[in-house]
Design a binder for this molecule. Sequence first.
Ligand code: ADP
Length: 251
Amino acid sequence: MIMERNDRARWLQGPSAVCSVPPVANNLPWRLVLLGAPGVGKGTQADFLTQRLRACHLSTGDVFRSAAKRCDCEQTPAMRQAQDFIKRGSLVPDETVWAMVRERGGCLHCTGGFILDGFPRTVAQAEALKAYLESENLTLTAVVNYDLPLDEIVARLSGRRTCEKCRAIFHLTGHPPKEEGICDNCGGKLYQREDDRPEAIKVRMEAYRKSTAPLIDFYERLGLLVSVPAEGAPEDIFERTVAALTGGPSE
Ligand code: ADP
């Protein structure tokens, strides 16, 4: 079933904005964290999972990109500074990221649930999230870790194209749009992210290895980790994810 696409205004713009599609309240909302190196396909899987589980896709990278599009006068100094880290491929400081997520705490309470993508990315962020969820009596359902060899990841990143309007993700060879340079969903223009250039990719991989990979152990110890091999077509990875989350075949 195709759902109306939510513009995620509350997440992307901040707590005073109202989302275009109200959440479908769920007695047992899915509250997931997606882990994996940049380019492993978390964003694509988050899109699929949003459709199937009806939980909102909360990507910190999308918040930064959406802030970057606003005019200078609408940006906080911290947000402006964050753009410099991102262009280089470095991680944004934990305090900036946490302040941004904390401000959007309402999205973590969403009755439709959430799929966190790109956050937490360091142990300090994971600790902050854990303490916040505990204080609010919210529990994570699971943490999905996508596994993929490094050379495959680099190939994926360099061919990735993103829609500047609805942020749908395509790939030049793996998932090409029907018409070159144009989004299948909304007709928006597709572009290559600045941080998908080779120099930035190297820095991002190193940041992942040093700062984010330790989260695998962190969530393993909490008994929340579900590992999913991220080889193959996006649809197959998705079916593997659903099977891993529900403990059986997805259909
Ligand atoms: P990727 O496709 O590399 O996983 P994202 O779209 O999640 O990237 O994020 C893009 C960039 O935004 C990151 O390379 C990083 O600079 C910054 N960023 C996003 N989320 C975080 C975070 N939780 N902590 C620090 N930096 C972040």
